[in-house]
Design a protein around this ligand. Sequence first.
Ligand code: FCB
Length: 491
Amino acid sequence: MTSPTQSDRQHGEQTAPGADTDTAPTAALVFPAGFRWGAATAAYQIEGAVDEDGRGPSIWDTFCRTPGKVLNGDTGDVAVDHYHRFRDDVALMSELGLTAYRFSISWPRVQPDGSGPPNQAGLDFYRRLVDALLEAGIEPWPTLYHWDLPQALEDAGGWPERDTAFRFADYAGHVHAALGDRVTRWTTVNEPWCTAFLGYASGEHAPGRREPAAALRAAHHLLLGHGTAVRAMRAQHPGSRIGAAVNLYAVDPAGDGERDRDAARRIDGLQNRLFLDPLLRGSYPADVLADVESLDFASAVRDGDLETIGRSVDQLGINYYSVFTVTGDPEVTGQAASSPFSTHSPWVGSDFVGFVGTGRPVTGMGWEIDAGGLHRVLTRLHREYPPVDLYITENGAGYDESPGADGAVRDTSRVEYLDAHLRAAHAAITEGVPLRGYFVWSLLDNFEWSWGYSKRFGLVHVDYSTQRRVPKDSARWYAGVIRAGGLPDRS
Ligand code: FCB
């Protein structure tokens, strides 16, 4: 791959999925000027170097060492060694022609115990990364919290404790003070749903607790931490553009009956509206509050909290992977998606909600592929919520793939997935949705949380024994899309 120039990116040629970039037709589906073309990663998934330069332990270090929590006992100790190889990785981004790169900052590198003065060596790493990106003409998009809570804060109660929100805002203030002169776009928290419900309800993610009431309090404190951090950051650099990244799903009832429709309402409520409503409207959805009444969620919400959270975003990040089809009928079988909401969960406020497979093709994660769901998520946000600039901050597909005999990774399924979702995104834009950018998850194969290294999401293949990086076919394809500024007509 050669490095495309800026003018190539605007006017160049475009490749058909999987084809070589050199022989590509011109884009027919052109994205708006200034559209961000990015890829995303997260600190614990790529950096390694967990004991270097004063980094403290995070809940993921602990979780990985708890037998049975992560497949094969994998850890992020080395990951893809990005901490030492970040300059090579920025060079790879340049080859792809990325105009933006979303990465996360490790809280325990900056505050090893989760509070107190910042660790300069930790901040310096991110300053070097940001400077390398800027030098390469790639806009840095840091995320402040992508799941690696300092263990000391979990020992003090974790996200279910209100104080964690204020610790987060302090930490955000330190990072923003160090980088705010050179970074404009910020994401506070990544997928608060996952932290709250996978971390504290189903226990599939660190810290592995199974306490539904604590999970709901965690959700509120993540939002409160976001809102409090935004205020602190705005006071330091009013020009910063700050958002949160939420993982949204299109949610459908399995059938037309009342029970299925009610199950879909509940799941949509906890998955989507529990986060969108406070962030964009400054209130929690009344039906969700009623559903979770027995868990005393309302007592976590104090006077002024919703003013702090509400209308706090300059942009909203959407992480989209799949759709949910749900039933309220225990007789219907066919679990499709891993979710803490499945089975008889008291926190959905009904006796039963089940997730049903529809027969759509799935990725290597078993997640149903439905690009139309992305279109629905985007147009629904536009229709039902106050206007806000939208960015797809994650979208991608995980498979367990390896290079062929010739060393190439022909990841046709990933190319098809990305192509279909970009078409859905483009359709939403033509319908007036203010979608301003798209980040592929992920730049590199990496540590996929409880799946360890068994699932690969990267545009770039990583041999974990040598750390050798090899761009997959999808990387070549995406570089072509970026050069063309869009996609070819399918006909
Ligand atoms: C998202 C996470 C990200 C990655 C992808 C596959 O939920 O934000 O870190 O694991 O899923």
